[in-house]
Design a protein around this ligand. Structure first.
Ligand code: FAD
Ligand code: SF4
Length: 497
């Protein structure tokens, strides 16, 4: 294999929320920054809105597997999507802040992150209602844009929730509904889980990465970070493999930022023999459940966007007894029938064909316990680049199931109040909300990262993706990862000035 080397002021691994925000901050300060991303650029053509192409054929799936052990049993390998922009390209845009009491078990407080939440909302163009969330944290500014009018399916849920005494409010959403200098949203139903073909979703390639590139960020797409090379208490280089030519390049830099996501950052650290005993441990992914009902009418005949309603009334219900958040209930789309049929047993496929147009679903996002036994480790197997394949082991506690059950009962009552019948619930088995596997904290023995998200014992290495999170909280994680990335980027600039 031929090899070469390249030098930058800083090298960032991964172009998701954690990587993009640090890269923006460093390039704004004048640093020459390289971003290493193993995915290619989103294509943004017709196939990006095609359920078969995206959800069944998995157009963007990684060539490298992740071995999975869930609930005590081995599963088929997972091949997560990978693109420039990371999971932001596929996400639903829900952009919520953690609440003040979520920080009780963090080494920093809400006010430490609040100015960065403000900035992240501005960068991501979030549409929201500042006084909407009954248990939301204090804010210093309104949202950069207002929520749009409710579509019919969302209105149905909000009316039912209100009649049960809840306080539904519009999900703060990172989608461009109003800035006519860019493509604006056409309210389609292929949003959550799909790239936006017209670039109206405020994903990272459309927003923060674009700004960072204007400041000089150089993105090396389809390039895999293999391992760090170490010299004493510093990283001296990063060995990478170009996925199109299979050539190896070593990137050297003064500062390295690892942001490959909560499954891959620990894998890269372990491959580099960074041996803090907690690397890979305390993986969380929320206890996410979908509750579905069948209605006596077509629930979304116009096939329109409706991820608009959030209910936080249960959020603080168990805080005094357990110290944890219960979580939130949100609108979510009914999956396309070809996807539901592909996952249903043979005897259920006919029923799906008849009922899917009459279904409406709610997503329950419950906080899950950080447990040392839930972890990422390396196997002896090798991927196509000869790198050790990671294995993810995860199971829920009884307390996780109790919290998710509180939300599922609430969601069921709302759907039934709206006219739904035959409630059905299923667990989400993906790692879409994976966080916590390289956590930040004051306890040196249990937390690989210090309060600046610097890897303990290595002066020029930081970790900024969702793996830094000490607890998962009960809201979708992206805005917190983005805000913390801006905080960490600011600290790196201060420390290197
Ligand atoms: C379908 C879906 C819907 C979601 N909806 C929401 C939502 O509405 N709101 C919300 O807050 N959250 C949502 N999430 C979760 C959210 O998208 C993630 O929490 C967030 O994007 C994680 O950001 P990250 O920076 O930690 O990691 P990632 O986005 O995973 O970024 C890591 C990057 O590193 C790259 N990488 C990995 N290994 C290597 C390597 N060896 N070399 C080079 N690059 C590498 C990956 O390709 C990836 O681009 C959703 C997720 C999914 C999948
Ligand atoms: S709902 Fe809007 S932002 Fe989402 S994919 Fe459709 S057009 Fe794009």
């Amino acid at each position: 294999m031929s090899t070469s080397s390249k030098h930058f002021d800083a090298v960032v691994v991964g172009s998701g929320f954690g990587g993009a925000t640090v890269a923006l901050r460093l390039t704004q300060a004048g640093a020459r920054v390289a971003m290493i991303e193993r995915g290619g650029w989103p294509v943004r053509d017709e196939q990006d809105w095609d359920p078969r192409s995206i959800l069944l054929d998995k157009r963007y799936k990684s060539e490298s597997p992740v071995a999975v052990d869930l609930y005590g049993f081995g599963r088929p390998d997972d091949y997560p999507n990978e693109t420039v922009g990371g999971m932001s390209v596929f996400y639903g845009g829900a952009s919520l802040r953690l609440r003040e009491r979520d920080f009780d078990r963090w080494p920093i407080d809400y006010p430490d992150l609040a100015p960065y939440y403000d900035e992240a909302e501005n960068l991501l163009g979030v549409h929201g209602q500042a006084d909407g969330d009954p248990v939301g944290p204090p804010r210093q500014q309104p949202y950069p844009a207002s929520p749009i009018e409710l579509t019919f399916p969302a209105e149905r849920i909000q009316n039912a929730a209100r009649s049960l005494g809840h306080h539904p409010f519009p999900i703060p959403t990172a989608i461009n509904f109003s800035d006519e200098t860019r493509p604006t949203c056409v309210l389609c139903a292929t949003c959550d889980g799909y790239p936006c073909k017209i670039e109206a979703k405020n994903d990272l390639p459309a927003t923060i990465l674009k700004q960072a590139q204007e400041h000089g960020l150089k993105i090396f797409a389809q390039t895999t970070a293999a391992r760090f090379e170490r010299s004493g208490a510093r990283v001296s280089g990063l060995a990478c493999i170009d996925g199109t030519t299979d050539t190896q390049t070593t990137f050297t830099a003064d500062t390295f930022v690892l942001s490959a996501g909560a499954l891959h950052s620990p894998a890269i650290l372990l491959r580099s023999r960074f041996d803090h005993p907690s690397v890979g441990r305390y993986l969380m992914r929320h206890c996410n459940v979908i509750v579905a009902c069948v209605f006596p009418f077509r629930t979304n005949p116009g096939r329109t966007f409706h991820k608009q309603t959030c209910i936080t009334d249960f959020y603080e219900q168990q805080r005094d007894e357990t110290g944890m958040a219960v979580g939130v209930i949100q609108d979510i789309y009914t999956p396309d029938p070809i996807v539901m049929k592909a996952h249903a047993p043979w005897w259920g496929r006919g029923v799906i064909g008849l009922t899917h147009r009459y279904m409406q679903n709610l997503l329950c996002v419950a906080e899950d316990d950080p447990q040392a036994s839930n972890r990422v480790e390396l196997t002896d197997r090798r991927d196509r680049h000869g790198l050790e394949v990671p294995r993810v082991t995860h199971d829920y506690t009884e307390a996780d199931k109790v919290r998710s059950n509180v939300l599922a009962q609430g969601a069921k009552a709302i759907l039934q109040e709206a006219g739904g019948r035959f409630p059905y619930r299923y667990l989400i088995d993906t790692f879409s909300h994976a966080v916590g596997s390289v956590r930040m904290g004051t306890d040196e023995a249990d937390c690989p990262l210090d309060l600046d998200c610097r890897y303990r014992g290595v002066n020029n290495l930081y970790v900024s993706d969702g793996s830094f999170m000490p607890t998962s909280g009960g809201v979708n994680p992206s805005l917190t990862i983005a805000a913390n990335g801006l905080r960490v980027g600011s600290r790196i600039v201060e420390l290197t000035e």
